[in-house]
Design a protein around this ligand. Structure first.
Ligand code: ADP
Ligand code: MG
Length: 493
């Protein structure tokens, strides 16, 4: 297709009057020094993920997993022990709670489990947003706030929810920040991320912080399990389906966990447990080997708060895909006059274009790509003609395709590693990969690319046994199930 940039056809799409402000322009550009098509061709070439690249990534993922299991610090992948040794069976019974703290909201959940026959008798949940000032306050203030909301929620027990007399309420705590887990119910916060800057928690046991706050509130509750969100997702999905072996989160960030044999974990040395298996939290966002990267990725990384870290996450997850596309479009505007002879200031603002915008643009099936035009105008302040819009969609597709296909290669890397250790464990039978997260859920093209890559790598026959399944919000119930499995009371399962 010819993609020579032409001046924008102003007024080729209609906007509400209120939006018809003139955008502010930053600079005039040199006249099409580099044609837009050559920038696009180069981008597609550098982002390409043909089968040999996918294979290289899958192999490197498997090798890095092994190295991380051998010794702490042995690879980019931390391969963190979850201390989850017993998986939900479906026999769990009783009333349990879950608390999910992972971003700007926290969620509390109550579930009455009825065993194999009745399963989930009832659930209730509540979502509370965390006031901004608490994200910058002290540890006590934050945990007191959480405990007070939890207390209000716990008071409203009734209906189908019953706790036997004399028992403390037990809770599974999903905490999606980097933690060095020290047992199933304790873990040291390494650092806050995602905009949290709470003083006095780093280096402390987050379970103790919550237990202390609950005690200050006079709340008769204890944390029985501290759970990473991927681990919660795996447990939640496994409750319904014994074939679930892997869980992957693709949302703002990304991570994966899977069920590992204890005798395949050399760094475990001497840990004994009844079960021969455990869940390993790979922290695969830190993976970096063999990825096809561009100057746009390298510049985004250099400008980030953690340069050189989380490279896989920066290539495939929701927080970054929009920003990579923005950087490409800015280059096309500056060097190739994609949007005409001047560049709107907004396009120079980091993170102004978000991944949901890419997805919205890719769903536009209209002849004149009107929705693409609106997104570009509303978000980046650019007026675009049809040609420019087509190019923008191609850029979105290139970046989403690379991300989805690399995520698929990562999944195959995990399956491959498991199969190498136990022949027939994965590929000889039905195996389920439980997926969750807003990116996977709401970007259909990305999801399709991910599945295509898995099929290409495994071949049509073998890939029929691998079921990639959306497990929506499984992590909440998963945490409650792990609280049940690690209850300090006698239980009948
Ligand atoms: P989190 O990962 O923060 O726990 P979610 O799993 O809900 O939360 O994922 C939210 C992320 O998913 C957003 O940051 C965004 O990157 C991505 N996302 C949300 N909606 C869409 C969409 N429509 N298309 C593509 N990505 C989306
Ligand atoms: Mg989440």
């Amino acid at each position: 297709m010819s993609v020579a940039a032409t001046p924008p056809a102003i007024g080729s799409f209609s906007l509400p009057r209120s939006l018809r402000r003139r955008p502010r322009f930053r600079m005039a550009v040199r006249s099409s020094a580099v044609p837009v098509d050559s920038i696009l061709t180069k981008l597609k070439h550098e982002c390409a993920t043909p089968l040999p690249v996918l294979r290289r990534v899958a192999d490197a993922m498997a090798a890095d997993m092994r190295a991380g299991l051998a010794v702490d610090g042995g690879s980019d992948l931390k391969m963190i022990l979850s201390y989850v040794d017993s998986l939900p069976t479906g026999n769990e019974k009783g009333l349990f709670y879950a608390l999910d703290l992972g971003g700007t909201n926290f969620r509390v959940l109550r579930v009455q489990l009825g065993g194999k026959e009745e399963r989930v008798i009832d659930t209730e949940f509540e979502q509370v947003s965390i006031p901004q000032d608490l994200m910058f306050g002290t540890s006590e203030e934050l945990f007191d706030f959480i405990a007070s909301r939890l207390a209000t929620f716990a008071q409203k027990e009734g209906g189908k929810f019953h706790l036997p007399p004399g028992r403390k309420k037990e809770i599974g705590f999903t905490f999606s920040f980097p933690v060095r887990q020290t047992s199933i119910d304790s873990g040291i916060l390494i650092k806050w991320t995602k905009g949290f800057a709470v003083s006095g928690t780093a280096g402390r046991d987050v379970v103790a912080c919550l237990n202390d706050a609950m005690e200050r509130q006079g709340l008769d509750m204890r944390v029985s399990a501290l759970v990473n969100d991927t681990v919660g997702t795996l447990a939640g999905a496994r409750y319904w389906d014994d074939d679930v072996m892997v869980a992957v989160i693709l949302g703002t960030g990304t991570n994966a966990c899977y069920i590992e044999r204890k005798d395949s974990i050399p760094k475990l040395q001497g840990h004994v447990s009844a079960s021969g298996r455990t869940i390993i939290n790979t922290e695969w966002g830190a993976f970096s080997n063999g990825l096809p990267l561009t100057v746009f990725d390298r510049e985004m990384d250099a400008a980030s708060i953690n340069p050189g870290e989380q490279i896989f996450e920066k290539t495939i997850s929701g927080m970054y895909l929009g920003e990579i596309v923005r950087r490409v479009l800015l280059k096309m505007a500056e060097d190739g006059a994609l949007f005409g002879s001047s560049i709107p200031e907004k396009l120079s603002m980091p993170f102004v274009l978000r991944t949901p915008d890419l997805s919205a643009m890719q769903q536009d099936n209209s002849d004149d790509l009107q929705a693409v035009g609106s997104v570009l105008y509303d978000i980046a302040g650019v007026e675009s003609n049809l040609n420019a819009r087509k190019i923008v969609v191609e850029v979105c597709d290139t970046i989403a395709k690379r991300g989805g296909r690399l995520a698929g290669a990562g999944i195959v890397g995990i399956l491959q590693k498991m199969e190498e250790d136990s022949k027939g464990l994965i590929f000889g039978k039905r195996t389920v990969v439980a997926m969750d997260g807003g990116l996977y859920e709401r970007y259909p093209q990305y999801r399709r690319y991910l599945k295509d890559a898995v099929t290409e790598l495994l071949g049509l026959e073998m890939s029929k046994n691998v079921v990639i399944e959306h497990s929506k919000d499984g992590s909440g119930i998963g945490a409650a199930l792990l609280a049940a499995a690690n209850s300090k009371y006698e239980h009948s399962f």
